[in-house]
Design a protein around this ligand. Structure first.
Ligand SMILES: *Cc1c(COP(=O)(O)O)cnc(C)c1O
Length: 382
């Protein structure tokens, strides 16, 4: 069959579902209410506080703080946990750059370690091997909505006195041994940036376990004020890292349909039949009880040129994402002082792993068939 990239007929011409999905009636109503009230800021209204409380409740962590984005949320969480200058923070090599730049914002040194070759997640063994006398924290990333195997990692953290900050930017609704992510470490941070599973264009929320840490995180996000303290009293150094009420009005009603959206993406993966194609869905780490399927990560074992694969799949109407280069290869991070362990698994992932984005996973009817058909067609051509 002639490939679409060579002028043949594409496998799919129908557009994929849009992201974000169309506004719900509840979103439209709440956003309009906020706009008309004039109470647009978090210091004026109550929706940001409601959203923080709801995320805390759902994460099984007692406290929540909304924040302008997850990069700043990770920074504020580290700072609230007392991580700063002179400290090292262990981060995985296969993740979004913000996992490391948030550490730099806190004044600490990101230590980039390799991921597990099979599932591309941070492992307890890799963390333990990278611990030094300066290690203060570790940042497991629940990549693609798939939870890190947290029990062994938490055991290493306890043994070495490390704080655990979960990067939940991609994992709204994921669970590990039945427990929601975000509440598994000392703090967890979710993102509402436009590519995430819940979005208000930008935004984030931090959940945490300890009352004093909550106070410190809140203060970092609220110009150094103390909760319940004086307006122009600033006992700490802090910044304005706040979310707006308008964003919270988009996000609160979203929680009502999050479950249904995850179920749809799960249905896509369940229906995907790759037959004997040299392509596999990445396995889930031990302890996974719910992968929220923010992205579907596929390993392509065929000797196909990567640029060709991505271009040919896009031409077939089934665009895939090439994913992350290993963090350790980014000169900006090493120039800024990041320490890099050898990362052969992340380097291999950059060559062989591709992603199917969440908006495509929302088409659980013809989507899985189109994906398998386009892969078969493109791989047969090489
Ligand atoms: C998106 C993302 C972030 C950063 O979130 P922002 O809200 O865009 O700052 C951090 N970590 C991971 C893994 C992400 O995917």
């Amino acid at each position: 069959m002639k490939l679409a990239i060579d002028g043949g007929t594409p496998v799919r011409t129908e557009p994929w579902p849009s992201w974000p999905p169309p506004l719900s009636g509840a979103q439209r109503e709440l956003v309009t209410e906020v706009l008309e009230s004039g109470l647009w800021g978090a210091t004026q209204g109550t929706l940001c506080a409601d959203l923080a409380a709801e995320f805390a409740r759902r994460s099984g962590a007692p406290y929540g703080v909304t924040v302008a984005n997850a990069t700043l949320g990770l920074f504020a969480a580290l700072r609230g946990l007392g991580v700063g200058q002179g400290d090292e923070v262990i981060v995985p090599a296969y993740t979004f750059v913000a996992s490391a730049t948030s550490v730099l914002l806190a004044g600490a040194v990101p230590v980039i370690v390799d991921v597990e070759p099979a599932d591309l997640h941070l492992s307890a063994g890799a963390v333990e091997a990278a611990v030094t006398g300066r290690t203060a924290a570790v940042m497991p990333v629940h990549l693609a909505g798939s939870p890190v195997d947290m029990d062994p990692l938490n055991a290493v953290a306890v043994r070495h006195g490390l704080k655990v900050v979960e990067d939940c930017a991609q994992a709204h609704g994921a669970t590990y041994h039945g427990r929601p992510v975000g509440g598994l470490g000392d703090a967890g941070v979710f993102s509402f940036q436009s590519s995430k599973a819940m979005t208000a264009g930008e935004g984030g929320v931090i959940v945490c376990r300890d009352e004093a840490v909550h106070g410190a995180i809140w203060s970092a996000c609220n110009v150094g004020r103390r909760l319940g303290g004086e307006w122009y009293g600033h006992p700490e150094v802090g910044w304005n890292l706040r979310l707006t009420e308008i964003q919270a009005a988009l996000l609160l009603p979203w929680l009502e349909r999050l479950e249904e959206e995850i179920a749809r993406r799960e249905a896509f993966v369940a229906a995907l039949d790759l037959g004997d194609l040299p392509v596999s869905v990445l396995p889930q780490p031990a302890g996974t009880t719910r992968d929220s399927r923010h992205l579907l990560m596929l390993r392509v074992e065929a000797p196909v040129e990567r640029e060709f694969l991505l271009a040919a799949m896009a031409a077939e109407g089934v665009p895939l994402d090439g994913g992350y280069p290993p963090l350790g290869t980014m000169a900006a991070l090493t120039d800024a002082g990041a320490r890099v362990e050898p990362c052969p698994a992340a380097e291999e992932a950059a060559r062989s792993v591709v992603w199917v984005r969440q908006q495509m996973l929302m088409d659980d009817a013809s989507g899985p068939v189109d994906l398998a058909e386009a892969l078969a067609k493109v791989l047969a051509a090489r």
